[in-house]
Design a binder for this molecule. Structure first.
Ligand code: 5GP
Length: 193
């Protein structure tokens, strides 16, 4: 590929015209996950981790992180639904799918795609801590600090993004765009606007 190649050219043809900009290309995501996995390996040396992926957005982060870790790690998933409008969360959260495993006494790393207001994660962390794990930390690929409503300890952060709606690499709009390898912004027409 020549240096002047348009990053949009790598997207599936069916989605290309709806994408405004490639915000975080796939190579940058992979490089960041290399760095975060190495950090986690150092922090959890001689321990065993349970990765808790938050469905559905975190599927690729969990898969790509899990493959990079040297420390022994297991994977489980939770699905939560947040009451609120399509674009803002209320902090009232319902657990749609709970963990299959007990976490008492275990080292848990919650893996998120994006933390926006933080209300969903705040609820999730309180819920998980009540199960008496040995430790709970959070990794989020993306964070929107300007939108935060609660102060949350996010131990491992991939990228800070501005207050824009992003899709791709697990993140959807109405279940579309999750499978894109890059994190992108959409043209207003893609929202039906
Ligand atoms: P919070 O409770 O932190 O406000 O909401 C977090 C959830 O909102 C995320 O897990 C994600 O589902 C959704 N969300 C927040 N910002 C974005 C965004 O830019 N793009 C997408 N696709 N979802 C987002």
């Amino acid at each position: 590929m020549s240096e002047s190649a348009d990053p949009l050219d790598r997207l599936p043809a069916a989605y290309r015209s709806q994408v405004e900009q490639v915000l975080i290309p796939r190579e940058a995501i992979a490089a960041k996950l290399d760095v975060l996995a190495a950090e986690i390996d150092r922090d959890y040396a001689d321990r065993e981790l349970l990765l808790v992926g938050v469905l559905k957005g975190a599927i690729f982060v969990v898969a790509d992180l899990h493959r990079r870790l040297e420390v022994p790690s297991a994977v489980d998933f939770m699905a939560v639904s947040s009451y609120g409008s399509a674009t803002t969360s209320s902090g009232v959260v319902r657990i749609m799918k709970d963990l299959d495993t007990e976490i008492e006494g275990r080292d848990v790393l919650v893996v998120e795609d994006i933390v926006d207001s933080g209300l969903t994660l705040d609820y999730l962390l309180k819920n998980l801590r009540s199960r008496r794990p040995a430790s709970v930390e959070v990794l989020s690929l993306l964070t929107k600090p300007s939108r935060r409503e609660v102060d949350l300890p996010i131990r491992y952060v991939g990228f800070e993004v501005p207050d824009v709606f992003v899709v791709g690499y697990g993140l959807d709009f109405a279940e579309h765009y999750r499978g894109l390898s890059d994190i992108v912004t959409l043209r207003p027409e893609a929202y039906g606007g």
